[in-house]
Write a protein that binds this ligand. Structure first.
Ligand code: UDP
Length: 328
């Protein structure tokens, strides 16, 4: 398939591009490089453009004879979405609708959307199934849920088929060392703890130790980024025009913040200094996927089922690229 991947220079996008290419697809990446990395995209595959530039996006659909779209391009920092919601609604929702209209204009009927477990807000029951009520608690989650609704209405009215993948905590790096996680600023737990192990930070702050969880710290499902990548391909290959599918994509196991820190200590052999800090706004106590539906309907399964294996791939990447893609 000839696939356009928006945001394909980002963390999950770049791993998915690599996976799609390895499975014989013809991939074009559209990325404005606001947060993505040129070095994360294979030579000759990148078009640097913004989704606001509708004429340019139209041109790419024609030139590349696009048959399917995987849409990652979005802002994804919860805290920032609270302080600057306009940025999130504009990019995640309005630009997404421009892209969808482009998809319709060019007769494309396969669309994979990167949604998030943040659409569930603070679920009453964990593990989370696709039927768990979606009640986001921050603008980031709201924009992703709003776009899911746009997709459902479009698929009901037009010959569009879509899959919305609700990811849990994307983690790790591809084991051949070519791609990894590089955010500025970094806000995610695993890379931050690894930066402590590398001596780049003095300590890790644990945000909240009084949650209703076994050790008082938040529990998350740290799914390997290559497992997310394969879910995109399987979903893409399964989409039928005029229908929509929703899938949780997670390992199906939860780990607390303290367990993550301990695992990084084990994998790296370094002691990690921990500082207990207040809760971070908007953090639900526990988010763990029930991914049975993806297993059943897509034939997907997580190949990484143990946090230590996930952390090992991240450690390999950060050790070899202490300055991320700037390391060269
Ligand atoms: N966390 C933490 N210290 C940090 C960064 C994150 O204790 O410096 C916690 C955070 O409160 C959450 C978990 O680690 O419970 C995972 O956070 P991350 O930002 O990696 O992902 P999120 O769950 O927000 O998508």
């Amino acid at each position: 398939m000839r696939i356009l991947v928006t945001g394909g220079a980002g963390y999950i996008g770049s791993h998915t591009v690599k996976h799609l290419l390895e499975h014989g697809h013809d991939v074009t990446v559209l990325d404005n490089l606001a947060v993505g990395h040129r070095a994360a995209v294979p030579a000759g595959r990148l078009v640097v453009a913004d989704l606001q530039d509708i004429a340019r996006v139209d041109q790419v659909f024609v030139e590349k004879r696009v048959e399917a779209v995987v849409h990652f391009a979005a802002h994804a920092a919860v805290n920032e979405s609270v302080t600057d919601p306009a940025k999130y609604y504009r990019n995640n929702l309005i630009n997404g609708i421009h892209l969808l209209d482009c998809v319709r204009r060019h007769g494309v009927t396969r669309f994979v959307f990167s949604s998030t477990c943040a659409t569930y807000g603070t679920p009453e029951v964990v593990p989370i199934t696709e039927e768990t009520p979606q009640l986001p608690i921050n603008p980031y989650g709201q924009t992703k849920l709003a776009f899911e609704k746009v997709l459902a209405d479009y698929a009901a009215a037009y010959p569009l088929g879509f899959a919305a993948l609700r990811y849990f905590n994307a983690s790790g790096a591809t084991p051949d060392g070519t791609l990894g996680e590089d955010h500025t600023p970094e806000t995610h737990l695993i890379p931050l703890v690894i930066q402590v192990a590398l001596g780049q930070r003095p300590h890790i702050s644990v945000f909240g130790t009084d949650y209703p969880t076994p050790d008082g710290t938040c529990v998350r499902d740290y799914v390997h980024v290559d497992d997310l990548a394969s879910a995109h391909r399987l979903a893409l290959e399964k989409i039928e025009p005029g229908t929509g599918m929703h899938f949780n994509v997670g390992m199906g196991r939860g780990y607390s913040v303290r367990e993550v820190i301990r695992t990084v200590e084990q994998v790296t052999g370094k002691a990690i200094k921990v500082v207990e800090a207040p809760r971070r706004a908007g953090d639900p106590p526990s988010l763990v996927a029930n991914a049975d539906k993806a297993r059943r309907d897509l034939g997907w399964s997580a190949t990484y089922t143990d946090l230590a294996d996930v952390v090992r791939t991240a450690w390999d990447w950060h050790r070899r690229h202490p300055q991320g893609y700037r390391t060269g």
